[in-house]
Write a protein that binds this ligand. Structure first.
Ligand code: COA
Length: 158
């Protein structure tokens, strides 16, 4: 799938909100916000990250101009992390891989890290296709599962 990245616009937020409240996506991602349906929290969070100079967040746009998801890099210099979320109707077409590759082309920071639930095969595959390797296993509380689960940390060195 051909995608482009652009700055986040106000109108994108309703799409992100719906995507990040999709039960199947939430189960996969596992490490979600405590209450993703809290729209006030969501709006405050997005206002903060859009204005934070330490966060690079971009809207992923499909060839048809549709907002298909978002990608971001955040965190202090030694612990820069990538994250992304693609709407369910665009899964399985190479969307996340294309979006992450675009992001890695515009963000020169290395190393870059990423975290995924150990059973989020799709996300781990996306990261490995983009050059990340598993460097650590951890346990963490997953809000979307209501329990502590295995987590993998992946790193892109150069
Ligand atoms: C994980 C996610 C980003 C994958 O997006 P996507 O656009 O479907 O990914 P791609 O199409 O680029 O797939 C890349 C690879 O992963 C594989 N893959 C994708 N989803 C998969 C799944 N559920 N199970 C197993 N493999 C999967 C694809 O087959 C492909 O591998 P291949 O090229 O060897 O065939 C998407 O499902 C998503 O946004 N999920 C909800 C949020 C989330 O989990 N974010 C990541 C938090 S760490």
């Amino acid at each position: 799938m051909d995608v482009t990245l652009r700055e986040v616009r106000d109108n994108d937020l309703a799409v992100f909100y719906a995507q990040m409240n999709d039960p199947e996506g939430m189960r996969m991602a596992a490490f979600t916000a405590k209450d993703p349906s809290d729209r006030a929290w969501f709006d405050t969070h997005w206002a903060r990250i859009r204005h934070d100079p330490g966060v690079v967040v971009r809207t992923v746009v499909g060839r048809n101009g549709k907002v298909v998801g978002h990608v971001a890099v955040f965190g202090p210099p030694e612990e820069r992390e990538v994250t992304y979320w693609i709407g369910r109707e665009y899964w399985g077409c190479g969307t996340a891989t294309a979006a992450l590759r675009e992001l890695l082309g515009v963000v020169p920071d290395r190393p870059l890290h990423a975290r995924a639930a150990a059973d989020n095969d799709g996300s781990i595959r996306v990261l490995e296709k983009c050059g990340f390797v598993v460097t650590r296993n951890e346990r963490g509380f997953a809000n979307a599962r209501g329990e502590e689960i295995d987590e993998v940390v992946l790193t892109l060195s150069d």
